[in-house]
Ligand binder design. Structure first.
Ligand code: PMP
Length: 398
């Protein structure tokens, strides 16, 4: 059975963690991982989460199955967060939300649904994109193509290229759009850019699939949902994969959701029934704990306020680290313009470091970044930022 099985290609980020763990230097820094660490270098347990967990443990609740599409109060809270509490969509009968195993699980459910029930075979992802987008959609059977996104000349968005590529896609192609805090570049669309994208998507009858894994890490919960809200206003059908891994620091609990907005309410019942089949034949129903915790926070005004405060703390700390990194790079004698690091949003920065510079950072300084030059700004803190800035400056100047 197993003799024909060959070793899978090494996961670049997991390989990086192994190299980091094996490094014995005391001042090594791992900028490869995609998680938020606090000033102490630890993944935080949010106080709002702790309070909700304590209340839940005190209940000593029995462990029955959840419904196939998850915990109803959780699904409703997800919709409010995505579309806004007073959105007309909430009572339109046009939305379906199913709890999913993180943002990844939501993407896979959407991928399987569109492949099996809507006959979709082509998906377009940004160049570059989160590396699992390509792998996940290929595994689901799709042809994966790129659309232009990042402009290395400006370290910003190549909107003209993006629109031209979307325009040229075969009608009916699925398009993955990072709603905010683009991974890996940190480069986002503004309101006017989104309006142009929505125009092309509508005219070319593309299938927009929004991926929002960092709501609250850019500006705030409302502003970061602008793409979702503009698509909602457009009247177009679309899908959203959302995740609380980062915003609740609940990475290992796998709390996400797939939301589908249909074109008309008559479509909703068949779509929901088929989505439930996709779930049922895959993992039957989702786990309870993470969704209970998130729903408890989102539906309790005090815990919600505490969560928003903690989310702002994470966001502000990342911003402070961006500003400090730019300043320290300049102080260390870097002459190139690095101000773009401060304009990028979310956990990551596309630093502009080449593969060779990334390799030198690891070899000579024990600082580990992804080969593409992506660094996790959320892994910086006041204890490691000088080491990182000086090492980056050394490889950038040479
Ligand atoms: N989409 C993007 C763009 C991401 O960066 C991530 C997480 N790295 C995900 C989806 C998946 O998130 P989760 O951990 O909730 O599966």
């Amino acid at each position: 059975v197993f003799s024909p099985v060959e070793l899978a290609p090494r996961d670049p980020i997991l390989g990086l963690n192994e190299a980091f763990n094996a490094d014995t230097r005391a001042n090594k820094v791992n900028l490869g991982v995609g998680v938020y660490s606090n000033e102490a270098g630890k993944v935080p347990l949010l106080r709002a989460v702790q309070a909700a967990e304590e209340a839940r443990v005190a209940e000593h609740a029995a462990r029955a199955y959840l419904p196939i599409d998850g915990l109803a109060p959780y699904d409703q809270a997800v919709q409010k967060l995505l579309f806004g509490a007073d959105s007309a969509l909430l009572s339109s009968g046009r939305i379906i939300t199913a709890q999913a195993l993180g943002g990844t699980g939501a993407l896979k459910l959407g991928a399987d649904f569109l492949y099996r029930l809507a006959n979709k075979r082509t998906v377009a992802i940004s160049n570059p994109s989160w590396e699992n987008h390509r792998a996940l959609f290929e595994a689901a059977g799709y042809d994966v193509v790129n659309y232009t996104y990042f402009d290395p000349a400006t370290n910003g968005l190549n909107l003209t290229g993006m629109l031209a590529d979307l325009e040229a896609l075969p009608e009916g192609s699925v398009v993955i759009l990072h709603a905010c805090c683009h991974n890996p570049t940190g480069v986002d669309l503004n309101l006017a850019d989104w309006a142009k994208v929505i125009d092309v998507v509508g005219r070319r009858q593309l299938v927009p699939f929004l991926d929002i894994a960092y709501q609250g890490f850019g500006e705030n919960l409302e502003d970061d949902a602008v793409a979702v809200r503009l698509f909602a206003e457009s009247g177009l059908p679309f899908l959203v994969a959302s995740s609380f891994s980062k915003s609740f620091s609940l990475y290992g609990e796998r709390v996400g959701a797939l939301t589908m907005v249909t074109a008309a309410k008559e479509e909703t019942a068949p779509v929901l029934s088929q989505l439930k089949r996709v779930i049922r034949t895959n993992y039957s129903n989702p786990p309870t704990h993470g969704a209970k915790v998130v729903a408890a926070v989102l539906t309790n005004p005090e815990l919600y306020a505490l969560w928003e405060e903690e989310l702002a703390e994470m966001r502000d700390r990342i911003r402070d680290m961006r500003a400090a990194l730019v300043q320290k790079l300049q102080e260390a004698g870097v002459e190139q313009d690095v101000s773009f690091i401060q304009r990028q949003r979310g956990m990551f920065s596309f630093s502009g470091l080449s593969k060779e510079q990334v390799a030198r950072l690891a070899d000579e300084f024990g600082i580990y970044a992804v080969g593409s030059g992506r660094i996790c700004v959320a892994a910086l803190n006041n204890s490691n930022i000088d080491t990182v800035a000086q090492a980056m400056a050394a490889v950038m100047k040479a």
